[in-house]
Design a protein around this ligand. Structure first.
Ligand SMILES: Cc1ncc(COP(=O)(O)O)c(C=O)c1O
Length: 219
């Protein structure tokens, strides 16, 4: 990002981070964020410590936003982390506590940090077919065939919506099939939901996650 900023050439294109930019290359602050900031400034009364797992009201609101009617407090654990990358690290560590020999199946390609975190942790990673260069869509048959190779104790890492880096997403019917394939293997699904609301809408983008939650009542 630093090199890009310093590069004086006209017409340069930033392929480093996937954030919205207007035609002048500026990333504006969304009106809703500005309004929320103003409201916070008006109403907050303390900046004292909250509980270590993060502000309970925030955690509950997030769980409800993702799970809607499927939210069951007795089956849901929430934790505020330092960014999505911190959440992934915590999630992988938790999964390994439950399954020390786990292998992680990841979509080919996936967001690069998935692999650098897992490499650092010394976890075996196995790619599953995902993007089909010819059709510019999901290689669904390849994906199903590769995921069928998982076994109990493994983790299947899925992107909840707006697949990064391909932007190719599963349909609702495909999510259901994938849930059934994973359930048959006994592996545990893990979903990286980084962009809820950036694709088709807040509810639509959570559909895949909700299908997985319904299919794995005890996960
Ligand atoms: C799929 C995916 N997961 C997680 C993250 C990490 O989010 P954060 O920047 O909050 O660490 C990103 C960021 O680009 C991402 O694309």
């Amino acid at each position: 990002m630093g090199e890009f900023k310093a590069d004086p050439r006209q017409g340069k294109i930033d392929l480093g981070v996937g954030v919205y930019k207007d035609p002048t290359g500026h990333t504006p602050i969304m009106r809703a964020v500005k309004a929320a900031e103003a409201r916070l400034l008006e109403t907050e009364t303390s900046k004292s410590y909250t509980v270590l797992a993060g502000e309970p009201a925030y955690r509950e609101a997030m769980a409800k936003m993702i799970l809607a009617d499927l939210y069951k407090p007795e089956l849901t654990a929430t934790l505020a982390t330092v960014g999505g990358t911190g959440a992934l690290r915590q999630g992988f560590e938790l999964a390994r506590m439950g399954s020390p020999e786990m292998r992680v199946f990841y979509s080919d390609p996936t967001w690069p940090n998935h692999l650098s975190i897992l490499k650092w942790m010394g976890v075996e990673t196995i790619p599953y077919r995902y993007f089909d260069n010819a059709s510019r869509g999901v290689d669904f048959e390849g994906m199903k065939a590769d995921l069928a190779q998982a076994k109990a104790g493994d983790v299947v890492l899925l992107h909840g919506c707006c697949h990064n880096p391909t932007g190719a997403n599963l349909t609702v019917a495909q999510w259901k099939e994938i849930a059934a394939v994973i359930a048959k293997t006994g592996a545990t699904p893990m979903i990286d939901l980084a962009y809820q609301g950036f694709g088709d809408g807040l509810e639509e983008d959570a559909q895949g996650t909700r299908i997985i939650v319904e299919s794995f009542p005890k996960c």
